[in-house]
Write a protein that binds this ligand. Structure first.
Ligand code: 5RP
Length: 224
């Protein structure tokens, strides 16, 4: 029986197959992506470098000698590799458990193909069991908590010790429980236009086209 960590290593290595030699690769954030970054070091001579979705991933890439480019300095990216907190049968995801959702969505939007790497615990039929991360402007926090309550959700400010966690963009995160997101495209569009929301952690407009799912029987490739 493989551990969750071993499943993450498997899918991190399997994702190398999707990296286009000679190109710049989009790199997400999280413990599964860390396995991918470590594996990517083995082909660093074959790629130009990476566009990163967080300070943490940038530091890991640079430590391994992989050049990191500003998103504004490059055009379309051939492939974006990232994890997910939940993924459904259509490639729609909840992301942001690592608080990097805004930059993740930016790099995903700049990429032709999103390859999600996840262990099988992340596969769901309906999104919403994992608390939905939403990056918000702190001034809007209390009103947004009330707006989520009107949808049946309970939103809490994510803390780091005694103070709210501050994202790479200088904002806060709300984690929302109690939602069943049956129409991810419509939900993402609606919440994204609430004043004060920077990014909602539903990735439906930026869904995955491929999911490499780590299972006890090996890596399964799901395509959408
Ligand atoms: C970070 C993310 C991650 O992709 C998500 O939280 C999954 O992380 P992990 O691979 O550690 O389970 O969205 O903001």
């Amino acid at each position: 029986m493989l551990t969750q960590d071993e499943l993450k290593t498997q899918v991190g290595q399997a994702a190398l197959h999707y990296v286009v030699p000679g190109d710049i690769v989009g790199v997400g954030t999280g413990s599964t992506v860390n396995k991918f970054i470590d594996a990517l070091a083995s082909m660093k001579g074959q790629i130009k470098g990476a566009v990163s979705s967080s300070v943490a991933s940038t530091e890991r890439l640079l430590a391994l000698g992989i050049p990191v480019f500003d998103a504004n300095a490059v055009g379309e990216i051939s492939v974006y590799i990232d994890g997910a907190d939940e993924i459904d049968g259509r490639g729609y995801m909840i992301k942001g458990g690592g608080a990097a959702l805004t930059r993740e969505k930016i790099v995903a939007a700049q990429s032709r193909r999103f390859v999600c790497i996840a262990d099988e615990s992340k596969l769901v039929t309906v999104l919403g069991k994992f608390p939905l991360p939403v990056e918000v402007i702190p001034m809007a926090t209390q009103r947004l908590i009330r707006q989520f309550a009107a949808l049946g959700g309970t939103a809490q400010v994510r803390m780091k010790g005694a103070a709210p966690l501050v994202t790479d963009n200088g904002q806060h995160i709300l984690d929302v429980t109690g939602l069943q997101i049956k129409e991810p495209l419509a939900f993402e569009s609606e919440v994204n236009q609430w004043p004060g929301v920077v990014t909602v952690g539903v990735f439906a407009h930026q869904r995955a086209q491929v999911c490499l799912l780590g299972t006890a029987g090996g890596v399964k490739t799901l395509t959408y």
